[in-house]
Design a protein around this ligand. Structure first.
Ligand code: ZN
Length: 199
């Protein structure tokens, strides 16, 4: 039997599923929410619920957005012919922090991982290939992480798009090998973009 009343135990169980949240933190958060006002607790619940209800994927680039197409894909000040390919929507923030990138994005929602049964079919590449086929893209910068999976994904993508008239580049290793680009500081990320090489 749980030491806590069922509603508290249930919230603790859910909070423990968050990255970096252990049993102690989950308890702290749960009791903080219990002590907070009805309004604050309702606002938190509504924010969580609204996240799933109002967000969707951009039909062009797969970024998470509340308007489709997303703000990047409709921006008149961004170069729509320069596409940076990232693994996850959260990686866009790492590239944006450089403040030097003025192209658009394509989000794969994963990387190739034969060990975990993730093949090319599981990656969201369809709309990117279609854009390239229509001649709408001059350069694709593959900004997947410099991990085994990220490199395998970059090489696969370069092979799949080789037949088309598009420049394919890979970010330099300004991002430490084996790390996730999400945690790259803006100087490393800017260097990685500047030092990109042909794939
Ligand atoms: Zn978009």
């Amino acid at each position: 039997m749980s030491r806590y009343a069922e509603p508290i135990a249930r919230l603790i169980e859910e909070l423990k599923k968050l990255p970096g949240v252990g049993a102690k933190s989950a308890q702290r958060f749960a009791f903080h929410i219990l002590r907070s006002s009805d309004e604050d607790a309702a606002a938190l619940a509504e924010a969580v619920r609204g996240l799933k209800a109002s967000l969707r994927l951009c039909s062009i680039c797969n970024n998470v957005t509340d308007v489709d197409p997303c703000a990047y894909c409709t921006s008149p000040t961004r170069n729509q012919r320069l596409v940076c390919v990232v693994e996850e929507p959260s990686n866009i923030a790492a590239v944006e922090r450089t403040r030097g990138y003025l192209g658009v994005y394509h989000v794969l929602h994963g990387t190739l991982s034969p060990m975990h049964g993730v093949g090319p079919d599981q990656l969201r590449t369809g709309t990117l290939v279609a854009r390239v086929e229509r001649g709408e893209v001059d350069e694709i910068i593959v900004a997947t992480s410099p991990t085994l999976e990220g490199e395998a994904t970059a090489n696969w993508l370069a092979g799949a798009l080789r037949a088309f008239d598009v420049r394919i580049t890979r970010i330099a290793t300004g991002v430490p090998a084996g790390s996730d680009i999400e945690y790259a500081d803006e100087v490393s990320m800017a260097r990685a973009m500047d030092g990109r090489r042909e794939l």
